[in-house]
Every structure is written in C-alpha cells, then in structure tokens.
Design a protein around this ligand. Sequence first.
Ligand SMILES: [Fe+2]
Length: 280
Amino acid sequence: MGNLVLAAKITHVPTIWMSHTIEKYKGLRTSALDGYEKLRQAAIAAKVDTFIVIDTHWIVNQGFHLNAKPRHEGNFISHELPHMLSDLAYDYHGNPELGALIVDEVRADGHRALAHDHPDLGVEYGTLLPMYFINKGVNARVLPIAANQFSTIDENRQFGAAIRRAIDKSEGNVALFASGSLSHAFWENSKSVEGVNKVNGAFNEQTDHHVLELWENGDWSAFLDMLPDYAVRCVGECGMVDTAMLFGALGWKDYGGSITTMTPYFGSSGTGQVNITFSV
Ligand SMILES: [Fe+2]
C-alpha cells in the first residue's frame, strides 16, 4: 500500500536559477534555495521514492495529461525566459506504473486522462527547476502532471482526489508538489527589471497574505470558498489548478492538517511565491 508522505506548494521562479548560476545574482534567492534544501531533507526523512509534480508550465488545453515516460533526460532552456534559465541538465527515472494508476482513477470519475510515453515529450521548468535542487541525492522517480488552462477548480479538486486514490493503491512513498505561484501578475515589460523582487499590486500582495493567514490558521474551508475568485482576481498561474489539485489530494474541506513554511512569502517579477509543506 502506497502513501502520500510529503505535500507542498512550491515555487519555481527562474530567478532561483539565476541566483544559483550567475555571479551577479548570487544571493538573490537564498531564501528560496534554503527552502528547497529543507524540502530535500524532508523528502529524505520521508523516504520519498516518487515526486509527482503538478507543473503549471506544462499547460494543456483539453483533458488531463501525465508525462509517464520511464525516463526523463535532456538539457533544458526556457522558451519564455531564455536569458534567465538555460543549461539545466536533467536525468530522472519516471513512474509509468503510478501514471497508469492515476489515469484509471481519473477515468473512473468520468474525466478524460492520458499517460504519455512519447520520446519527444519533454519536461517543463515547473518540474525541472525544483527537482534539480530537491531531488539531488534523493534520486526519486519523477512524474510530471500537466495543468489544463480551461479546466475548473472543481474538476481539479476531483483530479487531486483521484491522484490520492492512485497513490494509496500504489506501492510507493510519494511526494505531491503543486508547482505554481500565489498571485501571478507579471509586470508590464517596462517595469520587469526594477520589479524583480516585488509583487505586482497591493491587492494581489494583501490577498496573498490573507490566504497565507488562512493557511496558518488551518481555515481550509474559508480558503477553498475563495479559491475560484482568488484564482481569477489575482491572475492565478494557470488558474491555480495546481493548488486545487493539491487540496483535492489532501481531502479538500475535510483536511485537518497544518502548514510548515520552508520559504516565507516573496515577490518575484510581479508574482507572489512560497515554499510551504502541508502535513499528511
Ligand atoms: Fe511559473
């Protein structure tokens, strides 16, 4: 019987890579890198053997998709931000078996789901950037899940619950990461350089802080009631479907756990970011 042993909402901003690789930006994202190290230690302590990463940069338009290749390897450059994120080499084993279990569970709910093993299907940086740091030395398998930009919060709640059932039916110790931001309003181009460490707008920043307060207080019901509006009004990254899936897997309003902050809230290029684990 498998177990969900680690659950987290995580950041993947390319400024982390700049902080790690470019002398001029050293120290820019120390707090995010420290959070990744804490997540790495948590994964080791929990004996994680597979990371499921809900990747808000693998954006799909129809149905639910998993990258269930037996192996993910390559060298990544971001097409969105090639000046920030390049030369990211990766090589991970995948988890086709867990991918197949998830597809079965999603289909049992009447949704369309596909697990892919096409050799040309790459992995996006919502998965690769955090995995580079968090999976270092853990060497766990990696199963990326796509975010459907036209799906509803409720569909993703169901998708998350299906993921949890599949994990329970599997053999492994699984970590589930929702890789995406809180508010996600990029700066207009002319402000992008000066705004590298800032959140775009008081409304977004204050709403993010309110959400984090609800999480801190375990007021899951109040948060989930506002999630659909929060996703729209604060320009959620791919509609915050990663957050909906994560909470679906945790039990939605029946969740009774608590959070641990690995990286406190920070602004990055207009967006609001954290690394936070949810007890399981
Ligand atoms: Fe992103």
